[in-house]
Every structure is written in C-alpha cells, then in structure tokens.
Design a binder for this molecule. Sequence first.
Ligand SMILES: Cc1ncc(COP(=O)(O)O)c(C=O)c1O
Length: 454
Amino acid sequence: MDRASAEPSVRSVPGARASRWVEAHHEHAAPSTHVYEFVWDHTAPAAGPFCTDVDGNVLLDFTSHVGAAPLGYENRRIREKLDAFDVPDPAKIAGQDFYVAGGEGGPAEPEFPGPTQLQDRLADRSSDYGLDTVFLSNSGAEAVENAIKICYDDTGGRRGITFEGAFHGRTLGALSLNRSKQVHRHTFPDVGGIVDAPYCDDAGTDPGTCDCGFFVDGGDSSVLRRKLDPNAGHLPADEVAYIIVEPIQGEGGYRIPSDPFLEELSDLAALHDIPIVVDEIQSGIGRTGDFWAVDHGPIEPDVIASAKALRVGATIADSDTFPETEGRLSSTWGAGDVLASLQGVLTLDVIEEENLLANATARGEQFLDLLADADLPGAVDVRGRGLMLAVEFDEKERRDAIVRECFERGLLLLGCGYSTIRFLPPLDVREREVSMGVDTFADAVQAVRGVREH
Ligand SMILES: Cc1ncc(COP(=O)(O)O)c(C=O)c1O
C-alpha cells in the first residue's frame, strides 16, 4: 500500500467475511468492549493509519488500537527489525524469573533490544522527576496495581485519593480507583479507604468562579485541602498512601485538567508528604506532544504508570519507593514477552529519531484548527492536546450514530465519556491524513444531522 495516495474505500461494513469472524469470535468470548464489526486482516496491505479489513475495505484508523499501536500499521523501522527477528520459542518467557538477551552486542547496543533496554529508556525519559527504577508488567491495570502497591508499602498508609471521572483499569485494585462509569464497579468489592474529589477541567476559568466543585472559599481552598486539614478534615494525611490522577482523563471523556487544579494537588502532596501517582496509560509516550502528558503541567509525579503504546505495562518510580524485599512484586509474564519489549524499545526510538513529539504537536494544532472551522451540528466542545483530541456532543445517541457513520465511511473512531468522540491518530500522522480524517468526520456529522432531523 502506498501511504502517500491511500484513501479509505468501503464497499460495505461489516462485509460477509467480517460478520462470519465476529460471529465465530463471540461463540466463546465473554462480553467485553468491542465497538463495531471491524475485523483487521493482518496479512492484507496496511501503512501508517491505513489498514485493510477481511473484506478488502480500506480504513483510516484514528483509534491506533486505543493508543496501543502508536505508530499505526507497518512502521518501516519496526517492520525492518521484525523481519530480521526470528521469533524464538518461547517468545513469551518467565522474564522476572530469568534474564534474556538478543543476539550480538552487549546490553548497551544489543542486536535485538528487550526488557533491559526498555527499562533503561523509560528511566531516562523519567529522569527529570528522579524516577530511575521500572517494574514491567502485562497491562495498564497491572501497572496501576503495582503503582498503588508500592505506595502502600512505602508510606504505610492504607488510603488513597482518586478523582471523579477517573479510569484506571479493571482488576479489583485498579477498579476501586475508578469513578467514571457505574458499569465498571457496580457490585464488585472495593479496596477500602479510597476517597474521591472532583476533577477540575475548567481550563481558563478562575478557581474563584469555577463551578467544578473542587475549589471552595472563592478559590482560596479546595475540598481536598479541607478533607486533609488536621483540624477540620476527616482524612488523616498520614493514612494516605497516594493521590492518583490522569494528566488527561481518557475513558472519562478526554478531560484536560486546569492548571490551578494540578497546582493545588501539587501543593497538598508537598504539604502532607503524599506521593503523586500519574496514570499515563493512555496519555503517555508522546500522545500529547510531550513524552509524558504530565510534562505539560505544574505537577511532579512520584510514580508513573504506563502501558498501551509501550506494548507492556510499566510502573516507574525512584528505587526507594520500591520494596527492598525480593518477591513483594513479580509476575511470570511481566517483562517476559520478548517481542513486546522489543517493539516497546523500537517505538521509543522511532518517537525520538523521527521527532514525533513535534509532529504530534503540529498535527494536533492542525486538527484543532480544522475542527474549529468545521460545521459540526450538535458539537458542544472541541478540545485536545497533541494527538489526544476529542469532540463532545450534546447527546449520546448522536455521538454513537456519528461513530457508526464514520465507520461506514471508512474512518475508525471511538467514543469516551458520555457523549464524546476521541481521536487518537498515529503519532506520525501526516497533514494529508489529518485533513482527510476531519473532512470525513465533518461529512458524517452532517449526515447524522440529516437523519436526526427527519
Ligand atoms: C488511563 C487508563 N488507565 C488504565 C487503563 C487500563 O489499561 P489496560 O486495559 O491495559 O489494563 C486504561 C485503559 O484504557 C486507561 O486508559
């Protein structure tokens, strides 16, 4: 496929083969979060954000597999290395019980980088915050689980602070921190002691007049400050093991926190000596135009949880925060997927070598300009940072109809929050592809308006 001239081209979705695959898949699959009947054919042509489904439809993928394929399809650098890589058996190894090396060269320049190099790169990228130690795992939820575990261990606290709209994963510990949709937690038992507070996303609004519910006393204080106040509050600060926050809320609706909100968290963390955990699982690894989304804001993390774009999970902190005792943390597959850790390292290298942070910033600005100029009936807000972008609509039904209409026109998008559509193109997305995507999206919004008004 020639990326320079590729275009979405759809006969019908879902086609006959896609329907067969979806039906077969669901015969024994537990209900989960599948969005639409898009069945990617990984043997068919693909390039950048373009891929082909099992019926030969060409699609423009602005989901990047929910950010888990940050370089889109068939990235040249990764392809070259994969072609040279003779997949070993076992490819998935017990990597926290044994060590692994790939071919010629020492750890500084191995022929095939792996978990050791991934840890080095992440420590390097987190050195501004003094975080030099990494625990690799399998998923975002595990990265969060281990982040809160090390905070419980390090502080001796038994409580945690999370925010309205938060999403941190679906294992029981991570689940207890969620405050987005009821369906995630309803009837499941909680890890105890989790307190929540509003998440202020009223950017540009003065804390004195902001109506997010976080600030009180004309902006001079916050509900969290009151809770932690030793004289007036009910939450003893020495019992709090962490404050966990998404630097941009993902599942909760691509909500961008205000600076005063982050400043207040930073102040409270310093005042009460509470570690800040940032969940960068969706927002990290260049998505927002900085390596970590937290790099934009007035807040310093003590622990970073990463996954998705990294291809594995990672909990990053300084060495003192991790338990000294061996065996407190471990996971058979944690660092053990030779292929995934290789792809993780290459992804970080491509982001650096191809200057993709700058590309994410420039293309994100183009995206926002085009969306601002487009006629989007029903849209109530357009927002984003880098290539983590969203359009919020007036109602969920409209949002769902637009996502479906885009699919039928060959543009893959996802919802988030209640009535919001998110855009996560690959980090190397090109100007032509952004224009094409926004045009298709705007046409779909107009088409849905037509349907809804009849
Ligand atoms: C911000 C955030 N945290 C945690 C998770 C959980 O990651 P995983 O699905 O890999 O367990 C997600 C997944 O969408 C996420 O977006």
